[in-house]
Ligand binder design. Sequence first.
Ligand code: GLA
Length: 398
Amino acid sequence: MAEDILSEKELLLKAVKSFEKEFGVPPKTAACAPGRVNLIGEHTDYNDGFVLPMALPLLTIVAGRKNNLNRCRIRTFAEKGTDYPRFAEFVIPSESPLKPGVPKWANYIKGVVSLFSESLVPGFDAVIISTIPLGGGLASSAALEVSTHTFLENLTGKFTNNNQMKALICRKAENDYAGVPCGIMDQYISIIGGTMLIDCRTLEFKRLPEFKNTLEVAIIDTNVNHDLTRKEYAVRQSQCRKTADILRKRSLRDTTIDELNDAKDRGRLDDVIFRRGRHVISEIERTKSASDCLFSGDMITFGKLMFDSHTSQSNDFEVSCAEVDKIVEIAKRVNGVLGSRLTGGGFGGCTVTLVNRSATSKLIEEVKANYSGTSTVYIVNPFKGTREMVLDGFTTDL
Ligand code: GLA
């Protein structure tokens, strides 16, 4: 059986009740932001390439109110977290920016509070509640940054309709406060929602047609996270930079497989950075082709591109692991599966699989029978982007 996903309304109710329990009064404002699954286009965003993410009905909600103090008091109820304590309190300094510290989860919030706008954010109390598995490669940190930003917009009345600027602020919060040199994909899709082809150089995006209802998108969480993501992510990024520099290109987006092969033949690239470059260049091409397939309805080729993407991530970019490879292999053997691959930063987390609806239960059965760890399966449809949640007249009887 696939996991039941709490609806937006159920999650909001939980947030309201949790806030009342924690602070003794009801919250006055709330905002939600979705996680994402990347259908194809992995490790291409920080190479100025294309990505094809879908916003998920897995959400993070920030609910709260001003507290007339110069401090923020926040309780998290996000699940599966290992980062304690669950309560964070920090003073908003009048001059210098906030400094990152512990607990680590609060750094995403501190980053957004610091970068929010020219003027100071007032003190507030808030709860965080989420259905996005933490560290599962489904962009839980971006959803926290984006929901915090939208929450602060409601709290201060300083609304922005500049989605690109908002995404860049949230990304900077992650870069500077959580120390992760991530690209723009996760924050951007969490803001704009839907299923999009995003050009990460220009930040232009194209809304993609929905899948036919005979198809389903299954996310399978391996429930492992090898904790290498942070370190290895930065290593991959500098390897890509180095390859582009050797080729004298602004980024890997601006080069071709022929140029890469030529540089290898002339002894200018060692095997490792050659393979890193080959993944990124071929993945950018696959992502553009996958988008064309969605428009032409060629889902067989779309699925094949997903499998090819996985092989490239596993062999050339080396960001997969045994558990993820195992689940992709299991999926590949199921009749009715069109494509499957690792999604997100890597070293554990989730796979994404495109499957004929009639074969979904077989897929789940095979994973449960043949994967030795515990897996969690979500069947998902695209969700809208971040937004304010209406609390006025919100009733706690569902
Ligand atoms: C993480 C980062 C993204 C992107 C992916 C890999 O999710 O936050 O910016 O680089 O990894 O595609």
